[in-house]
Design a binder for this molecule. Structure first.
Ligand code: MN3
Length: 247
């Protein structure tokens, strides 16, 4: 309050140019930073730094994607939650599965921001440094059984991701019997909206790859396998098999 008053006074006073120079960078920094989370929603902690997925995903993309894009969904959810207690109290998977039961006035906002929060939380979780390679154990067996083997799965997953028109996601879902399927969704829709759990997924919105790959989405999809953390994917498969609904 005091600072603002002084700043306004000095701008209005004699030192107009000097004050503008001093004030401008601070205003820019405030605009660039995400709004501080006020709860109940918050950015999930990532297990690695923004630079950790280089050279496959560049640092600036990771930083902007996490802090600004995911951050904007958190801000939106917290704003909705302020006036809608039900949004604050329901776990996110349940919120997405029961969109139709929410008041019509907030349904689209929760679909976009809640879906975006769920999608990105999963996305950060299943990636990591020193990752890639091939899955092992029951996940590998399920991929062979349901998706025709690891090589065919990768080819089909990349093709599905390439076919998403505009912005969206390509996922592998797990049903209640542990069966896998490749599914694409527009916007920030999430398979939990169809009561299907996500095993893994790749973000094919342009913000996920454009700085490094520009319009070459196919290259991004191919390179992405280098950052998939199959140990985490295995944990998600076990959770899905045990009936735990998570984002
Ligand atoms: Mn994204």
């Amino acid at each position: 309050m005091i600072k603002g008053t002084l700043t306004r006074r000095s701008i209005l006073g004699t030192g107009i140019a000097a004050a503008a120079v001093l004030v401008a960078p601070r205003v820019y920094a405030q605009a660039a930073a995400p709004a501080a989370p006020t709860g109940p929603f918050a950015l999930p902690k990532r297990a690695y730094e923004a630079a950790a997925l280089e050279p496959h995903i560049d640092t600036m993309t990771m930083d902007i994607h996490y802090n600004r894009h995911h951050g904007a969904f958190i801000t939106a959810l917290n704003n909705i939650a302020k006036d809608n207690g039900v949004v604050a109290q329901m776990p996110v998977p349940e919120l997405l599965a029961k969109l139709g039961e929410l008041p019509e006035g907030i349904r689209t906002m929760v679909r976009n921001a809640g879906g975006g929060h769920a999608n990105h939380t999963m996305f950060w979780e299943i990636m990591g440094p020193s990752a890639g390679g091939a899955p092992a154990g029951v996940v590998a067996e399920a991929i062979t059984r349901d998706l025709g083997g690891f090589d065919k799965f990768k080819t089909d997953f990349e093709a599905a991701g390439l076919r998403v028109f505009g912005s969206g996601w390509v996922f592998v879902t797990v049903d209640k019997d542990g069966r896998l399927a490749i599914v694409t969704k527009p916007g920030q829709d999430n398979p939990l909206m169809d009561r299907q759990m996500v095993l893994l997924g790749n973000d094919v919105w342009e913000h996920a790859y454009y700085l490094k790959y520009q319009n070459r989405r196919a290259d991004y999809l191919k390179t992405w396998w280098n950052v998939v953390n199959w140990a985490k994917v295995s944990e998600r498969y076990a959770a899905a098999r045990s009936g735990v609904l998570k984002v």
